[in-house]
Design a protein around this ligand. Structure first.
Ligand code: PHE
Length: 449
């Protein structure tokens, strides 16, 4: 009854572009370089790619099968496919993760808005390296300004999410993602001709295996889930709008490939610059913000590049947060019969409250830590490294062990139209490999080995 009302994505490009819009965002351009920098470089990248192939793509497919197999929101999906069981509780995990992620994510997206503004008023041009750092610290530690941007960002999300699936999301993704990609390519060319390019590239691509420990592996797995928007039902929700002709395997691999490519491109831009300008690769969350303005300074037409880049980064963040909202909105409208307006207001208000605490973690609350993490640190760690992999594990166990094999076959073959042997392999990976790997990485992260 519900499926009649549900819209589907209008074009084939729309399917990929929207899912890529969710996947590509601050996770690739902000989080990937700083996580790589904090975990020692190339070895992290290698494990990260391993996680994408072994866990990421299979779990993306699992979410697609659940989503398109049910044409429903996260909770409704499990209820429809396995009535009378407790699997639908996964949706609470997903909504919690969505709120946690969106809270700290909106703070960083707010930073990109400040930087867009700074780029527009041309304040990067004459800065020395020390000034970039000082300005950044002054801005992020101030109590009001970053919160203003966070709220503005959340407000924009509210407006867009109220315009519905097709016009709201599809339109933006289709134009912006290719543009962002082109821009990154241009910056790559600039970065690899900087004097520190050799050192930067070898940091990113020449692995030092002695740097691998359990925290590196846990971090890489968390980053893989975060970057693919995986383990909390985003892709279940999005694929519930897929048409019956969308090829799931091809879509999953395209999304994963594109997402990884963007992250690697970001690394190729950041690390040569880090080594050229004497910045520490393990700087943390500010890495991108203090490094990139240097790169722009070295380019003819710096003004236009920096304006364009920060606008696109802001828009890329927006397509990601919209997908986070969509989890709650689909849930509350379809399961709790709330209006779209009310549902998005609920989600966004929760993010606003938590977002304030996350923002203040860089200023007055920077000393308020628990086991060495601030509120911001906890929101990030808990969601990326714990909740998403946990959700991914449950989803893979569900599809591997519980879900009717007919549904899997039907979705993998588009109702018998495609021939594929992959369904069998997928079930094997989802049954045995993915859950075991995730548990082992968890135990490693807890220090059991
Ligand atoms: N994948 C997004 C990014 O890389 C973040 C995200 C995580 C979006 C989880 C939705 C769900 O920026």
């Amino acid at each position: 009854m519900m499926s009649e009302k549900r819209v589907t994505f209008a074009t084939k490009l729309g399917v990929i572009a929207t899912a890529v819009g969710s996947a590509v965002g601050l996770g690739n351009i902000w989080r990937f370089p700083y996580e790589t920098g904090q975990h020692g470089g190339a070895a992290f990248l290698l494990i990260y790619i391993g996680c994408i192939l072994l866990l990421g793509i299979p779990v993306v497919l699992a979410e697609f099968i659940i989503g398109r197999g049910s044409h429903s929101n996260v909770s409704g999906a499990f209820r429809k496919l396995s009535p009378g069981t407790g699997w639908h509780y996964i949706s609470y995990l997903g909504i919690t993760a969505a709120v946690l992620i969106m809270s700290f994510y909106s703070v960083i997206a707010g930073w990109t808005m400040e930087y867009t503004y700074q780029a527009l008023i041309d304040s990067f041009g004459s800065h020395t390296p020390e000034e970039f750092q000082q300005d950044f610290t002054a801005f992020t530690s101030s109590p009001l300004r970053p919160i203003f941007w966070t709220f503005l960002f959340l407000g924009i999300n509210y407006v867009i999410i109220n315009r519905g699936v097709q016009n709201g999301i599809e339109k933006y993704s289709n134009v912006m993602m290719p543009l962002l990609f082109l821009l990154l390519l241009v910056f790559c060319v600039r970065s690899i001709t900087l004097p520190g390019a050799g050192a930067g590239l070898s940091y990113l691509f020449d692995p030092d295996f002695s740097k691998i420990d359990s925290s590196v592996v846990l971090g890489a797995m968390g980053q893989a889930f975060f970057s693919l928007s995986l383990g909390m039902g985003t892709l279940i929700t999005y694929s519930s709008y897929f048409s019956s002709r969308t090829k799931l395997v091809r879509s999953a691999t395209t999304i994963a490939a594109f997402d990884t490519l963007v992250a690697v491109l970001a690394g190729i831009i950041i690390f040569p610059a880090v080594f050229t300008f004497g910045i520490s690769p393990s700087q943390g969350p500010e890495l991108v913000f203090i490094t990139l303005p240097h790169v722009f300074q070295q380019m003819p037409g710096a003004y236009i590049w920096s304006v364009l880049f920060f606008i696109l980064l802001f828009l890329a963040s927006l397509t990601s947060t919209i997908s986070m909202c969509e989890i709650s909105v689909a849930f509350f409208t379809e399961e709790r019969k709330m209006s779209r307006k009310k549902a998005s207001l609920l989600h966004i208000s929760a993010c606003a409250v938590l977002g304030v605490l996350c923002s203040l973690s860089f200023g007055v609350l920077s000393e308020a830590t628990l086991f060495g993490r601030t509120v911001f640190g906890w929101c990030d760690f808990l969601s990326s490294n714990i909740l998403l992999p946990l959700g991914g594990m449950l989803i893979s166990i569900y599809v591997g062990w519980v879900l009717d094999k007919k549904v899997i076959r039907k979705e993998m073959t588009n109702n018998g139209e495609l021939r594929t042997r992959l369904a069998r392999i997928l079930v094997f990976v989802l049954r045995y490999i993915a859950p075991t790997a995730i548990i082992l990485i968890f135990l490693g992260g807890l220090g059991v080995f």
